[in-house]
Design a protein around this ligand. Structure first.
Ligand SMILES: [Zn+2]
Length: 341
């Protein structure tokens, strides 16, 4: 009798991580839920009441056995003062993180984001700039850079040019701060122009693509919302999801075209501090689509993707259950039985 209770308890305890994993499923969350989770995590971090979730052995066991199901993709700067999981108070398997100096979106970064957004299906993609960004400062002040850094920071130059054009009065730290924000918008533009896959998920409302600025002093992440011109940017994306060449050509043209940057800038400083409520001024249609999609979406366009991840997930789950049974039997033989005798 005692042995049976102990067995039951062991099964429940071991099965708990699996159910936690199921609720943390990125594909099961809406963009609004995912954003709220990031906002709440950052509020905890900022106020010194971090929970440090999902860092234990059980989480490692579950994520290594069942695979990763991150609920967010975050592109952030490599700066050591911007530790993404810590800033959002998340743990193992929660955030698909891409870090690169200046949070720019060039080929490798976009490919990495496509893993998170398109392959793993995260409902949110955050482009996270930060205050006191060295890469943006270097570009803004015209600092001399060497090695491979010029090819990296040239992605930031359009943001500087756009800011100078829209706000010629800015200088010093005010100019740097403005370029940091413009660079977030520039990165989102680059993503939409060069990744039809991400643009498609954004257009379908499956993934919210939002900008944010992390204040390395206060610890606060200020969410900026979707790109002010998201609808126009998405409308310009080639229909062919594998049209990478076209997208790149469009990107090259766009970098040369200053007038488009000008449009972006005047609206860029508008603050969006709430995930949904703050969007009404800039992009009501796109957020409405994001909220409406979970009920309208019949999964038809993503059938291949569902089969890919869903099928593997179920097989992994069976393996996991088999492993659980094995552990319980082992426990029964080695630990619990002697107590009975
Ligand atoms: Zn930086």
């Amino acid at each position: 009798m005692h042995r049976f209770s102990a067995l039951l308890l062991a099964i429940v305890l071991l099965a708990m991580p699996a159910s936690l994993w199921a609720t943390a499923d990125g594909e099961g969350s809406s963009p609004a839920m995912a954003l709220q989770r990031l906002q709440e995590g950052n509020a905890r971090f900022q106020e010194g009441r971090s929970l440090h979730p999902n860092l234990d052995t059980a989480r490692r066991l579950v994520t290594s056995t069942l695979g990763q199901k991150p609920f967010a993709t975050v592109l952030a700067c490599s700066d050591s003062r911007v530790p993404v999981e810590i800033v959002f108070d998340q743990g193992i398997g929660d955030i698909f993180t891409i870090k690169v100096a200046g949070n720019v979106a060039d080929t490798d970064e976009i490919g990495s984001m496509e893993y998170g957004v398109d392959h793993l299906g995260t409902p949110v993609l955050v482009v996270l700039g930060h205050t006191h960004c060295g890469a943006v400062t270097a570009v803004t002040t015209g600092a001399e850079v060497h090695g491979s850094i010029p090819q990296l920071v040239d992605n930031i130059i359009p943001a500087l040019e756009a800011t100078r054009h829209a706000h010629p009065e800015l200088e010093g730290n005010a100019l740097i701060d403005a370029v940091i924000e413009a660079n977030v918008w520039q990165t989102i533009e680059d993503i939409f122009k060069r990744s039809p896959a991400i643009a498609k998920r954004a257009a379908q409302g499956k993934t919210a693509v939002v900008g944010a600025i992390y204040d390395i002093t206060s610890g606060q992440v200020r969410f900026l919302g979707e790109h002010p011109n998201q609808a126009a940017l998405l409308a310009a994306v080639p229909a062919d999801p594998h049209g990478g060449g076209d997208a790149h050509a469009a990107d090259t043209q766009e970098h040369a075209a200053a007038p488009h940057q000008k449009e972006t800038m005047p609206t860029a400083p508008v603050q969006h501090t709430e995930n949904a409520a703050g969007h009404d001024a800039e992009a009501p249609q796109t957020m409405a689509a994001a909220h409406a999609t979970p009920t309208q979406d019949a999964h038809a366009p993503e059938a291949g993707h569902e089969a890919k991840s869903g099928g593997f997930g179920f097989f992994s789950f069976l393996l996991f259950v088999a492993a659980l049974i094995g552990v319980v039997i082992l426990l029964d033989k080695t630990i619990l039985r002697p107590e009975d005798n």
